[in-house]
Design a binder for this molecule. Structure first.
Ligand code: ADP
Length: 191
């Protein structure tokens, strides 16, 4: 089983790439954001708990996220691996994932990082708000808070990934197709 993390700030294009990559490589796409939005849509207890945090651009607690991830991993059948999208977002989440994968005899094979400048991110999210109708995309202040949250809590992960030697930054300010081809070349080269 392969484990790939698609990494980058909000609006970098992780979700778009993850969907087509998962299809091509038979990976289980795990988007924590999508899972949480589904909970909110269905009005579950969990959805009610996380809604205000998501609306203001803050992170949901590590415990909630880790429970979701473990459940999805343990219940996935018939895949060649996992593609984590929007996870891990904190050093603690990564440590827990790392430990969990070790326990089941797996590891993070590669961190595919989409590098995109801040002004492009902001533009993309505001445009996405019109298409997908996400409340956290529509408000410029929430968009900025999410980028700040990323810089403070998620970006420190890069140093850890680099030390592991499996961190692959790619230019994300390009077309979906070009980006996809570059990622495929990378994955294929990893064997
Ligand atoms: P984006 O990458 O555009 O910010 P996501 O769908 O990945 O969008 O995340 C939306 C929101 O869901 C985040 O702002 C956060 O509140 C919550 N969330 C998603 N994944 C995580 C996670 N791994 N840890 C904590 N909160 C998360």
């Amino acid at each position: 089983m392969k484990n790939f993390i698609i990494f980058g700030p909000p609006g970098a294009g992780k979700g778009s790439q993850a969907v087509i990559l998962a299809k091509k490589y038979n990976l289980k796409h795990i988007s924590t954001g999508d899972i949480l939005r589904e909970e909110i849509k269905n009005g579950t207890k969990l959805g009610l708990k996380v809604k205000s945090l998501m609306d203001e651009g803050a992170l949901v607690s590590d415990d909630i996220i880790l429970e979701i991830i473990e459940n999805v991993i343990l219940n996935a059948k018939g895949y060649s691996g996992f593609l984590y999208d929007g996870f891990p977002r904190t050093v603690y989440q990564f440590s827990a994932l790392d430990e969990f994968l070790q326990k089941i005899g797996q590891r993070v094979d590669a961190v595919i990082s989409l590098v995109v400048k801040e002004d492009v991110l902001i533009r993309r999210m505001l445009r996405r708000a019109e298409i997908e109708g996400r409340a956290d995309d529509a408000d410029i202040n929430v968009v900025k808070t999410r980028i700040e949250t990323y810089r403070e809590q998620t970006e420190p992960l890069i140093e850890i990934f680099q030390k592991r030697g499996n961190y692959y930054p790619l230019e994300g300010d390009t077309t979906i197709e070009k980006n996809f081809n570059e990622i495929c070349t990378l994955i294929d080269s990893l064997g």
